[in-house]
Ligand binder design. Structure first.
Ligand code: GAL
Length: 950
């Protein structure tokens, strides 16, 4: 005897659903009528799938007492229930295809009239859902029209026979959990709801069904060949090309090709008896040739990002403006490719990729990652019962998106293990669309795929793959390589991007990669600023692992994006003191869109500037350009700065937008020199040395001139970053954890001596953690020329240091400081392996402006290569250059904070002047800090000169 009610059996049925029309191409508009059913819908939430019967779907049902939700939207972001974040664990017992009895179920009702000019007697109508998570049953005017799964895929139903001119009732029952949930275990929030558009489309007789635009480019002949296959015969016109052919008929004409760098689209029209559909046609040919991914005969280098759909209030219910913002931000930051991790995006996003120019890996809505916990036993992708659902998903993606020139690769899904179902998907896709390649990272032997793809492989391994020393199956050895995920952008970081890029550029086989990921999925929240996993009381969650993007939840670029922009810039600018070498690193475009400018800096101040004539280099070419005679200067540190700017407004950026830059040092900096002419004077429990006043008992600095200074001492601790902490599954050493174990966050400072001798005050200390025998013998040697105070810190490690240091420098507090000026790297944050974007110059900020607001607070805001800095009435010159950080809270407070809201500014500004910083790496889900960027405990000496500048 069964206790399950058959009325909800479909929820746990492995089949993709019933009642929907076959999938077909999506297009945003045509001349037939359509009615958006977006807006406010009546809403009732139940705790289980079968708590309520289907009476609500009947016309006349009184939903007056129901709540309302916005569609598109997720009910859990509209005050009904709560979101849940897990990385790969299923938040329910794994017993496929069964789901829990507790299955939040949202009944939705929408009442609508047809527009007056909508003729229900002329043809039919289609009801289209662009995305519903995770399973829906639909009734129109009381008639059950079907049910479906496949959250981020479109589903259409023929409804013409059910429509009436007025008083239509659309009822949709949405279940959070279904058999489909097993296929949608992507690392993101679980967010049920009707989260994409709902549209009613008039389908007059003879209107368009499915159509496939085949538009290839022959790079040898410079011609494009167009053929539009259409289920309903009609004509295809492209006025700019003089094309007017029947559907199914091929025509070859000279064209400009489409590429991501030169996204030439031709406006066309598909006209059948009943409908005219605008086409935007891009001619391009994708192929695997000579072991490389080639477009229009040329190998491409992907400088990509993985994009989840995200909005901090709306979740995955993105509007067009937000999608456009993503595309514009990508273009402005030199990104040329997107992997639609891990599902097909809203279809309008792909229109934008066509229009602005981005290569797209379109990924199917499939991930079964949670099965890894049981060694992939019962994985749906290796169980024939699920294959129809997998094929349905593949078809819904390919059919919907096949007419986009931007889509160059289909991806079967993400982290779904291996199995027959995946092979079936690959075979189906290859058969349906031979004009694109197939990708799936989990296919390590490349049995089904056309690209060898990996995630988070470290630099050394990528180098080996580039040199074809990695072995693997015969098939794999013949294929090009991409990193479909790398550079885990969680918190501060990722580090090591420049090192990856150098490797990509050194080996043809390496065709680039896609940063994980585009945006932090923080949820706007009154309590925390932005909430992450665990903030909604979830039973299982993965904390802030969901905040690992290059842009913050509000889409402000994080330093990681600026670093990436610099690392992947399309023009390389380098040289010696007299000439500058310009290299066009693009794959297709020449440099005609860019203008070049030079400027000349003395001690960081620009003293001259002008435009630079650069030949119009073709893709891949380079040339030297002559710099002018440098202006005469009176000593000082000098350098050229050369920038490549947009010469005119483009669709994605204004004239003057900086695309690339380089700096060429000319004469080096002179170290600050301070003669030790003043002598320390003791009295009244104080020692005075020039402008410095010290406590005679312990040698502590009390003031410099009029500026009170507190707590100046050696500092080795930083609030660990997500990358310092590393991911729990990392097998390599994770220093965040080890640093705490070894007590680097609780170092003790033992005073050994305060010595006044000759012109110097020397304070000898030993800095070491409780419980351990290793430490840092640290001497502070103070001298002065009467005006300025000079500190030389000498550090000599003793004992057995088995871990690098987080940082090495001094810290101190200042009573008040707001404005900050410095000469050094800027304007933004930098660390040893994230410093490519630091431009040497003069910069200004407020203390607050120096902070990088990572969603989970952590070490941030260091400025690199600082020669001098001014704040709070002090000027500090470094010898050598130093890392500069200032904040209104201590490192300990920063370390303890879980959300931005935990940080409240105090009265003291804490300043860190660091001789060294440990690199950042990418160990939150990737390799750690590369050896050159590790900060080892070694003897060190560094000097700062302080002056009261009142
Ligand atoms: C990958 C996965 C992504 C994401 C990332 C870590 O393994 O494909 O979806 O989980 O790790 O942030």
């Amino acid at each position: 005897m069964s206790f399950r009610t058959s009325a909800t059996d479909y929820v746990e049925d492995v089949s993709p659903g019933s009642g929907a029309l076959p999938p077909r191409a999506w297009y945003p508009r045509s001349d037939t009528a359509s009615l958006s059913l977006n807006g406010s819908w009546r809403f009732r939430l139940s705790a289980t799938a079968d708590a309520e019967d289907d009476a609500f779907a009947e016309p006349g049902y009184d939903a007056g007492g129901w709540a309302e939700v916005s569609v598109p939207g997720h009910w859990v972001l509209q005050g009904h229930g709560a979101p849940v974040y897990t990385n790969h664990l299923y938040p329910f017992p794994v017993d496929p295809p069964r789901v829990p009895t507790e299955n939040p179920t949202g009944d939705h009702l929408r009442f609508f009239d047809l527009p007056a000019d909508w003729d229900v007697t002329d043809g039919g109508a289609v009801l289209r859902f662009d995305g519903v998570e995770s399973c829906a049953r639909v009734w129109l005017n009381g008639t059950d029209i079907g049910e479906f799964k496949g959250s981020r895929l479109p589903h259409e139903f023929a409804v013409g026979h059910l429509l009436q001119p007025a008083g239509n009732v659309l009822a949709v029952r949405v279940h959070q959990w279904s058999a489909g949930s097993y296929l949608e275990d992507q690392d993101q929030w679980w967010l049920p709801g009707i989260f994409r558009d709902v549209t009613l489309l008039h389908r007059p007789a003879d209107s368009v069904l499915d159509f496939f635009v085949h538009a290839s480019y022959d790079h040898a002949g410079g011609t494009g060949t167009l053929r539009v296959d259409s289920d309903v015969a009609g004509r295809v016109t492209v006025p700019d090309l003089g094309i007017d052919v029947a559907t199914g008929e091929s025509v070859t004409v000279p064209v400009e090709p489409w590429t991501a760098e030169t996204p030439r689209l031709y406006d066309g029209l598909l006209a059948t008896g009943g409908e005219r559909v605008p086409l935007r046609i891009g001619f391009r040919t994708v192929e695997l040739a000579d072991g490389l991914i080639k477009v229009n005969g040329k190998a491409v280098l992907f400088k990509g990002v993985n994009r989840h759909e995200w909005h901090p209030r709306l979740g995955r219910a993105l509007d067009l403006a937000t999608m456009r913002e993503d595309v514009l931000l990508m273009k402005r930051h030199n990104v040329n490719a997107v992997r639609t991790s891990h599902y097909p995006p809203h279809p309008a996003f792909l229109d934008l990729c066509d229009e602005y120019g981005l290569w797209v890996i379109d990924e199917c809505d499939l991930e079964t990652h949670g099965f890894t916990e049981q060694a992939w036993r019962d994985n749906p992708v290796d169980d024939d019962r699920w294959t129809p659902a997998l094929l349905d998903r593949a078809a819904r993606m390919v059919e919907r998106d096949k007419n986009h020139p931007s889509v160059v690769i289909w991806s079967l899904g993400n982290e779904a293990g291996t199995g027959r179902g995946l092979t079936a998907m690959a075979e189906w896709i290859h058969g349906r669309d031979a004009s694109r390649l197939v990708h799936y990272e989990g296919d390590i032997d490349c049995r089904d795929t056309d690209v060898y793809s990996r995630m988070y492989a470290d630099h050394a391994e990528v180098e080996r793959i580039g040199r074809a020393l990695d072995g693997g199956t015969h098939r794999r050895r013949e294929l090009p390589f991409i990193l479909c995920e790398y550079g885990h952008a969680m918190g501060n970081g990722p580090g090591g991007l420049a090192d990856y890029q150098r490797i990509f550029e050194s080996h043809d086989r390496l065709q680039g990669g896609f940063i994980w990921e585009w945006i932090d999925h923080g949820i706007e929240d009154e309590r925390y600023g932005y909430a992450y996993g665990g903030d909604f009381g979830e039973e299982l969650h993965d904390g802030n692992f969901v905040c690992d993007g290059l842009v913050f939840p509000d889409r402000r670029p994080s330093p990681g994006l600026l670093e990436y922009k610099k690392v992947i810039e399309p023009v390389r600018i380098d040289g010696d003191g007299t000439t500058v070498r310009i290299t066009n690193r693009q794959d297709f475009a020449d440099l005609s869109a860019l203008a070049f400018e030079w400027s000349y800096q003395v001690d960081g101040e620009t003293v001259a500037s002008g435009s630079l004539a650069v030949p119009d280099l073709a893709a891949g070419e380079s040339a030297e350009a002559k710099l002018p005679e440098p202006p005469a200067t009176d000593g000082g540190e000098t350098r050229w700065t050369v920038r490549a700017l947009l010469a005119a407004d483009t669709s994605w950026g204004p004239a003057g937008h900086v695309v690339a830059w380089g700096q060429i040092p000319v004469s080096a900096r002179q170290s600050p020199s301070v003669a030790a002419t003043a002598a320390p004077v003791s009295g009244d429990g104080r020692i005075t040395l020039g402008p410095g006043v010290f406590d005679a008992r312990n040698g502590a600095l009390l003031s410099i001139g009029s500026v009170a200074v507190t707590g100046l001492r050696l500092d080795v601790w930083r609030a660990t970053t997500d990358n310092d902490d590393g991911a729990a599954w990392q097998s390599d050493l994770r220093y965040g954890e080890l640093w705490r174990k070894f007590g680097l966050h609780r170092m003790r400072h033992r005073l050994d001596a305060v010595q006044v001798a000759g012109d110097a005050l020397t304070v000898r200390t030993r800095v070491a953690p409780a419980a351990w025998e290793f430490g840092l013998a640290t001497d502070y040697r103070w001298t002065s020329d009467g005006d300025r105070l000079r500190l030389t810190v000498s550090v000599t490690p003793d004992g057995d240091w088995t871990v690098p240091l987080p940082r090495l420098g001094i810290r101190f507090g200042l009573p008040a400081a707001d404005r900050v000026r410095w000469f050094g790297g800027g304007p933004g944050e930098a660390y040893p392996d994230t410093r490519a974007a630091a431009l040497v110059g003069r910069w200004e900020s407020t203390v607050d402006g120096l902070q990088t607001p990572y969603v989970r607070p952590q070490e941030n805001g260091a400025r690199a290569d600082v020669r001098w800095a001014e704040l709070g009435g002090l000027r500090i010159d470094g010898d050598p250059e130093f890392w500069f950080t200032a904040r209104r809270w201590t490192t300990e407070q920063l370390d303890a904070a879980a959300h931005r809201s935990d940080l409240t500014p105090g009265d003291t500004v804490w300043v860190n002047l660091d001789h060294g910083q440990h690199g950042i790496g990418s160990q939150s889900c990737g390799p750690g800090v590369l050896p050159p960027y590790q900060l080892h405990a070694e003897p060190a000496e560094f000097t700062f000169v302080f002056a009261d500048i009142g």
